[in-house]
Ligand binder design. Structure first.
Ligand code: IPE
Ligand code: IPE
Ligand code: MG
Length: 239
């Protein structure tokens, strides 16, 4: 990786897409594609942390993904279970690397056992402060904004917040990513050119890099290439 540390993005978001097509190409079940995608997620997460990316957000399951077949949803939920069980065994490593895990999205719709595992993973890493990994599960950017709007309305109704005091920061502070910088770079593999409801509020000035590689085939070299493309971009923020 020949990008200067100061040119690295602080926060990278990844839309982990293309698992189904990867499996289809090989005549396999979609669930096999998700299994391979989960391996890629572990590899890229580890690699990105090692090269000094401080904040990472992985889009794993959207609010719309419940519309998949029950078999597919169940297979994905099982992969979350596996990952979370494994996170327990990695407690030592997470501490050594100072990795903090957070699960963002509306967790109320997830099975209870997954919620319990999430709680454990979040609590066991909550003091870690070198690398922050967000995993978006039952996440929708619009739903996130709606929740923020509800909280603001509640505060206003109680007389604790005046409409004229509502600022952009007020909303940022109510997002799941409160206290984290907005994503600098969002990577979408699989050849789709859309954001599919990912970090809608936070991505106002994010740089996007799209690649045709399907997520299970995505390698550390592909990640490097995305970072290099990002480093050559000229961000102006409207100025
Ligand atoms: C991404 O892969 C994983 C999830 C959305 C859960 P897809 O399952 O969307 O794969 P494609 O887009 O059908 O290839
Ligand atoms: C986006 O991928 C969601 C995740 C990767 C978790 P989708 O496959 O759900 O998005 P669309 O349907 O192509 O927009
Ligand atoms: Mg897809």
């Amino acid at each position: 990786m020949d990008v200067k540390p100061e040119s690295l993005p602080k926060h990278v978001g990844i839309i982990m897409d293309g698992n189904g097509r990867w499996a289809k190409k090989r005549g396999l079940l979609r669930s096999k594609g998700h299994k391979e995608g989960a391996k890629t997620f572990r590899e890229i997460g580890e690699y990105a942390a090692d090269i000094g990316i401080k904040y990472l957000t992985f889009y794993a399951f959207s609010t719309e993904n419940w519309n998949r077949s029950p078999e597919e949803v169940a297979a994905i939920m099982n992969l979350f279970r596996e990952y979370l069980e494994e996170a327990k065994e990695r407690e030592g490593e997470n501490e050594e690397k100072q990795l903090r895990l957070r699960f963002i999205g509306d967790k109320s719709r997830l099975p209870d056992d997954i919620n319990a595992l999430i709680k454990e993973a979040e609590e066991s890493t909550e003091k870690h402060n070198r690398v922050f990994i967000n995993i978006a599960i039952n996440y929708g950017g619009r739903a996130e904004i709606v929740e923020a709007a509800k909280k603001i309305a509640e505060l206003a109704a109680k007389g604790e917040l005046r409409p004229e005091d509502i600022k952009e920061q007020t909303l940022s502070d109510l997002m799941y990513t409160a206290n984290q910088p907005d994503p600098d770079l969002i990577i979408r593999p699989s050849g789709e050119y859309r954001t599919s409801n990912f970090l809608v509020w936070q991505s106002a000035y994010a740089e996007y890099v799209f690649t045709d590689v399907l997520w299970p085939d995505f390698t550390c070299d592909d990640f490097d290439r995305c970072i290099q493309i990002y480093a050559r971009r000229n961000r102006r923020f409207g100025g």
